[in-house]
Write a protein that binds this ligand. Structure first.
Ligand code: HEM
Length: 263
């Protein structure tokens, strides 16, 4: 059977051209083995298992809360990049830059609101996602490691909100960060050093603004994106390790007992 037998019209013709053949390397997908080969050959699909449980991608199992968190993260990155075009993290300019974004920049007020709302909703969505994982017992073997990555993602999400809060450089921002960093200072042993490291001194100042800005636009988003890639990869791979599969005599995997995807 040829490609044209399985793929309709225009797409099949495009795939047969020299350019098409250099882009799409997968063989015609006739048997399950062909489909698996296509999966492995694709850059975008190769991280996914070839098969996965239908139940795990059903709305009633996950309520798509992790997916919603991911979409909100995408919205934050896109709107954040737009805001960066008009914002300078210096005490002399930050506040007036925000005023300009609100009043003069094309779509400025709209994009700023998208950024703020996405941030609030992401905190809610991530917390709800964590509660869902707990309620379903989806933290149990073989998913313990993904739970730990998840907790780290939650902390990083909260830190994103905290660092973003200072950037408008208004009274609310200034005092909120003063209170937040003072609280960090009360942590036993390391508190004082953490506080000074965050502030870049003993008080909220130009150094604090610059540090929070770098954390907010470079460090935290990069760590979140990298960890999220691992999180999603583990989500799919862990689904293959489920003990619901029939276990062959003598090959039982005790460490997977008490698996969690029921319900
Ligand atoms: C930036 C924050 C996060 C994002 C974007 C995110 C994203 C996702 C996505 C898309 C999924 C698969 C679909 C779903 O379950 O809805 C997932 C699964 C999972 N997440 Fe998260 N997550 C985040 C934070 C967390 C947190 C805070 C926890 C728990 C402490 C967590 C634990 C898990 C676990 C254990 C799974 C596998 C669930 C299962 O297989 O049933 N994640 N995550």
């Amino acid at each position: 059977m040829t490609m044209s037998d399985t793929t309709p019209g225009v797409v099949a013709r495009l795939r047969r051209t020299t350019v098409g053949r250099s882009v799409f390397r997968s063989p015609p997908k006739v048997t399950p083995r062909d489909r698996a080969a296509a999966h492995w050959a694709s850059f975008f699909l190769h991280i996914y298992p070839v098969k996965m449980r239908r139940r795990e991608i059903a709305f009633r199992y996950s309520w798509y809360l992790g997916v919603i968190s991911t979409v909100l993260l995408g919205s934050l990155v896109a709107s954040g990049i737009y805001l960066m075009f008009f914002y300078v993290p210096s005490p002399n300019q930050a506040y007036s830059n925000i005023q300009t974004i609100q009043t003069d920049v094309t779509f400025g007020q709209y994009i700023r609101n998208v950024h703020r709302w996405s941030a609030h909703l992401m905190v809610l969505a991530v917390a709800a996602h964590m509660a869902r994982v707990f309620y379903r017992g989806a933290y149990k073997a073989p998913r313990q490691f993904n739970w730990v990555i998840g907790v780290t993602l939650l902390v990083l999400t909260l830190l994103m909100s905290f660092t973003g809060y200072l950037l408008p450089w208004d009274q609310l921002a200034f005092w909120a960060v003063t209170v937040g960093t003072e609280m960090a200072g009360y942590v036993p042993v390391v508190g004082e050093s953490v506080k000074e490291m965050l502030l870049g001194g003993v008080l909220v100042s130009a150094s604090t603004l610059l540090r929070f800005y770098v954390l907010h636009v470079v460090v935290l988003p990069t760590v979140i994106v990298v960890l999220l890639m691992v999180h999603l990869w583990r989500w799919r791979k862990d689904s293959m390790l489920d003990t619901d599969r029939p276990v062959v005599e003598g090959t039982a995997q005790p460490e997977l007992e008490g698996s969690a995807t029921d319900g």
